[in-house]
Design a protein around this ligand. Structure first.
Ligand code: GLC
Length: 682
């Protein structure tokens, strides 16, 4: 059951797709206080766990920390961070009582989940204009599916986007891309996409191509495409202020940019220097911005990543000026003491992503002037929505890959997300594991972290372990900016990586099937064990094992120098150990605690009783795989049916009945009317 309560006059965010009549009276469960701020208070019982909050720090159970929904560009995701790039205002309390809350607001929200006071959940809104939804259901799975039904179906990318993808901030020329593709090919490591970071643009101007470095961009796209590879360019939110740059001139001429208080186009510094922000909260501007993607779509591009759309502000003129003045004054003074030195440092440190700067510009929301800070968390969503709507106008039949860095709930219908600038730290692999189910609860299914870590230098062991988890994530992209190259063929045990990526490809039939079914049924693709094993007291605190799709459990390694780990097996399962597509060992394993060895080059996963893992023979591109010839692994004790979802991978008719293929299996036989299936020999 969902109830909706309205406070003030909320700005419509388009986060939800269902019209729920407004309820009168008090919001149940919580105590509402409308003092300086609007806040909601709940007394946490000792056994209460708190889930949700999507892209955020810490564990699956969010208790003990403070979180803030404020889309923020910040490259160091350390324990003291309270917000990342997203605003995912969905929170579940599960324990003594069970309910969920969704705060539909475009402004900032803070969640103190038993931090200041261990027994108190306090949700504080920056604005008094909020829609609050309360969801009550019989269990966690139903709560999430009711919420997901409210917010609408998640984005589905093309099937090739389930292949392995390589990125790096540092590929600069046409030949760089040829080189990477060639090296992957020579090492036999499957690959489906190469990412173009900001260096393909002319002076970091979105929707341009540096013709000196990419004289035949079109030819490169075709050449890659002929080889089954997709080039995926980045698009940045800020539009460089520069005469002669068409997008800028067009934007100025048509008043498409956000304004400062005096009505001038608001200016701030991002990668290209001074930029304006497209006012994507305005319908006309959104259409204009979405149409800009055509320059690249026309050249055969079929995937994009939207970046810097929190929007990221490195500096504003105002704040830069203050900093310069301070430098001038202090220079005259000579020596710096404690206060002046730290004051100077902090002046520069607070130039970037300064909350005050978000009060300096305005949107024209179809006739209504709104200061940015009131709608801050919608900007990334609407910029990405602009792209998705543009793609739809361009070609409504075809799926285009799209994911964004900034997000809020609602955007999940238009695109996926990646989790931003993580580091090559073991703690970030662990965070990646714990974040995935929370993202899924909030509707972000096509998602993943920068495998290997974006900042800092990775190492072979970390890369292996990250791949061994990342191979289960819908978005499987290796991206970095570190000094050390991170392409998989640059490590010494190239063959191990080849085998692991081949295994990922082998699993695409299952991953894709489970992904689309999770979208269609508003389910989580990644789930904490507590979602499935509701009566098992053991699983509540297990956050380092996840359910993947309906039938698989993973227990990844996220620590250095270990060659195995303790796994809690919540029911009798089939343990599958794979070194390569050819080297498979299976063994039934009884419910209980087990120490399971996991060599560096092994993937171990567990199949639930009477469920299947469906595989296909891997190839170096998804387009070359035969999805009609399938192999299954399973632990089957009685005749079962598995609903396999498969489609052409490009079109959008997900509901067509012939996309569903029923696989029948007994312990000795397996069959399917529309696909060839057999047991994979182990
Ligand atoms: C941002 C993005 C990162 C990208 C870089 C350069 O930091 O998060 O992925 O490589 O910008 O464009």
């Amino acid at each position: 059951m969902i109830q909706k309560f309205r406070f003030g006059e909320p700005i419509l965010s388009d986060s939800v797709v269902k019209d729920i009549p407004l309820s009168k009276g008090n919001v149940p469960y919580v105590q509402t206080k409308s003092e300086e701020n609007l806040s909601f208070h709940y007394d946490l019982a000792p056994e209460d766990a708190v889930y949700g909050l999507g892209e955020n720090m810490h564990g699956i159970n969010k208790r003990g920390f403070v979180y803030e929904s404020r889309c923020m560009d910040g490259a160091r995701h350390t324990d003291d961070r309270i917000s990342l790039y997203a605003a995912h205002n969905f929170i579940i309390v599960d324990g003594n009582r069970r309910f969920a809350m969704f705060l539909d607001t475009a402004s900032i929200v803070t969640y103190d989940v038993g931090n200041k006071n261990i027994d108190q959940l306090i949700i504080t809104c920056k604005t008094k204009d909020v829609d609050v939804y309360i969801i009550e259901e019989k269990d966690l799975v139903s709560i999430v599916s009711a919420f997901r039904e409210l917010i609408g179906k998640s984005y589905i990318p093309p099937k090739w986007a389930f292949g392995y993808q390589q990125s790096r901030w540092g590929y600069r020329t046409e030949d760089d891309f040829r080189e990477i593709a060639k090296n992957y090919k020579e090492h036999g490591i499957p690959l489906d996409a190469l990412y173009m970071d900001i260096d393909y643009m002319e002076e970091y101007e979105s929707f341009t191509i540096d013709r000196e470095k990419f004289p035949n961009f079109e030819g490169l796209v075709d050449e890659m495409k002929a080889d089954g590879l997709h080039l995926v360019p980045i698009i940045d939110a800020g539009i460089k202020v520069k005469q002669g740059y068409g997008v800028y001139e067009d934007g100025v001429a048509n008043d498409y940019f956000c304004k400062d208080k005096d009505g001038n186009n608001f200016k701030c510094g991002v990668w290209p220097g001074f930029c304006h922000f497209p006012d994507v909260l305005n319908t006309k501007t959104r259409a204009w911005f979405g149409d800009q993607y055509r320059v690249l779509l026309d050249k055969g591009i079929d995937g994009f990543w939207n970046d810097m759309n929190e929007p990221s502000i490195f500096y504003t003129q105002e704040r830069l000026q203050e900093a310069y003045t301070m430098v001038d004054e202090l220079r005259a003074q000579g020596e710096l003491d404690l206060h002046t030195y730290f004051g100077l440092r902090s002046k520069f440190q607070t130039l970037t992503s300064n909350p005050e700067d978000y009060k300096l510009f305005y949107h024209d929301m179809d006739g209504k002037k709104v200061r940015h800070d009131a709608v801050h968390n919608l900007f990334g969503y609407y910029l990405t929505r602009a792209a998705a709507e543009g793609f739809d106008r361009y070609n409504s039949e075809k799926r285009i890959l799209l994911f964004s860095r900034a997000s809020s709930i609602g955007m999940h219908r238009y695109s996926g997300i990646w989790t931003g600038d993580n580091h090559s730290w073991w703690s970030h692999l662990k965070m990646n594991i714990k974040m995935m189910p929370s993202l899924n609860m909030c509707g972000f299914l096509y998602s993943g972290a920068d495998l290997g870590g974006f900042g800092g230098d990775t190492n072979e062991e970390l890369m292996l372990r990250w791949i061994e988890f990342g191979m289960f994530a819908p978005l499987m992209r290796n991206h970095n900016q570190g000094r050390r190259d991170q392409e998989l063929y640059t490590f010494s045990h190239t063959n191990w990586f080849k085998n692991l990526i081949e295994l990922r490809y082998a699993m695409i039939p299952y991953l894709y099937s489970e992904f689309v079914k999770a979208v269609q049924t508003n389910a989580c693709f990644f789930r904490p064990l507590v979602f499935d094993y509701t009566k098992d007291p053991m699983v509540k605190e297990i956050e380092d094992q996840l359910m993947v799709g309906e039938g698989i459990m993973v227990a990844p390694i996220y620590e250095a120098n270990v060659r195995g780990r303790t796994v809690y097996v919540p029911e009798d399962m089939l343990m599958v150990r794979m070194r390569s597509y050819e080297e498979i060992q299976t063994e039934t394993i009884a419910k209980g605690m087990h120490y399971v060895s996991m060599a560096l080059d092994e993937v171990v996963f567990f199949i639930k009783k009477d469920h299947l893992m469906v595989l296909a023979e891997p190839k170096t591109r998804t387009r070359d795989m035969n999805f009609d010839q399938l192999y299954v692994l399973g632990y089957i004790t009685q005749p079962i049916q598995y609903q396999l979802y498969d489609d052409d991978g490009y079109s959008k008719q997900y509901d067509q009945p012939d996309n569903l293929h029923v696989v029948y299996a007994t312990s000795t036989e397996v069959s399917c009317a529309s696909k060839q299936v057999q047991f994979l020999k182990s």
